[in-house]
Design a protein around this ligand. Structure first.
Ligand code: FES
Length: 251
């Protein structure tokens, strides 16, 4: 109420003075200002609400914030503009450092979250299979279990290699040259899953000396290519590599 009244135009200086002299208008032992009591005449009302004593609180102590101020602005006689650049540089440095730490922390959290969704080490180990090639005699086929499926590793003879490489591509249902299906011609590695309905073919059987699927009579050659029967595609060649001459790692 007092603030609104004291902003009213030409009376403002007088009203401001009255605002700070309220205390002097309160007599010791009384609860109402003199103006409200009708003992002096004024043009405005400084009366508090009924039952409330209005006092100017000049006894409130303003806390000393010196400990919280930067040393450059403690002295009130010095212009704060003199140290503005220095303080601004410090603010920029603090902001930059906080940003870098925040970005690094966010990157760490995101990386850990994403890596928590990737396969664990034991699962990754199961996804590969290492095979010792010297255990497979020439002309033989061995079956391994890899990712829950049969895996055929065939040690081909020179005669088989020559025969498969000489096959006329025009005769093939799923044309693929033998050289495109092997890394080393001596080793033919395919999944032992028939491409018709998923049976496991029998090795060294069928009309072409490769694999034969007894379920519906599909014949594959020694390169795993479909030659006869209902299967539409060649046996699948997985990814594999030879770390050394005696080892192959599939997966
Ligand atoms: S599943 Fe092999 S021929 Fe049908």
């Amino acid at each position: 109420m007092m603030s609104i009244t004291s902003r009213s135009g030409a009376f403002s200086p007088y009203l401001q003075a009255a605002k700070h002299s309220v205390k002097s208008l309160v007599l010791p032992g009384t609860k109402e200002p003199l103006a409200a009591a009708g003992k002096i005449g004024v043009m405005f009302c400084v009366c508090p609400a009924p039952g409330v004593t209005r006092l100017a609180h000049t006894d409130i102590k303003v806390p000393d914030f010196t400990d919280y101020r930067r040393p450059e602005v403690v002295d009130p006689s010095k212009s704060s503009q003199e140290s503005a650049d220095e303080r601004r540089a410090f603010s920029y440095l603090l902001t930059g450092a906080t940003t870098v730490i925040g970005v690094y922390a966010a990157k760490t959290v995101v990386t850990q979250f994403v890596s928590s969704m990737s396969a664990s080490a034991d699962v990754l180990a199961l996804s590969k299979i290492e095979i010792k090639l010297s255990d497979i005699p020439e002309g033989k086929n061995m079956t391994f279990k890899w990712r829950g499926k049969p895996l055929f590793v065939r040690h081909r003879t020179e005669k088989e290699i020559a025969a498969e490489q000489a096959v006329n591509m025009a005769e093939l249902r799923d044309p693929q040259h033998d050289n495109d299906r092997v890394v080393n011609p001596k080793w033919m590695i395919v999944l032992g899953v028939c491409t018709h309905l998923g049976c496991v073919p029998i090795a060294n059987a069928g009309d072409f000396g490769g694999y034969y699927c007894p379920c519906h009579g599909s014949h594959y050659d020694a390169s795993g290519r479909i030659r006869k029967g209902p299967a539409p595609l060649n046996l699948e060649v997985p990814y594999y590599e030879f770390p050394d001459d005696d080892t192959v790692v599939v997966g």
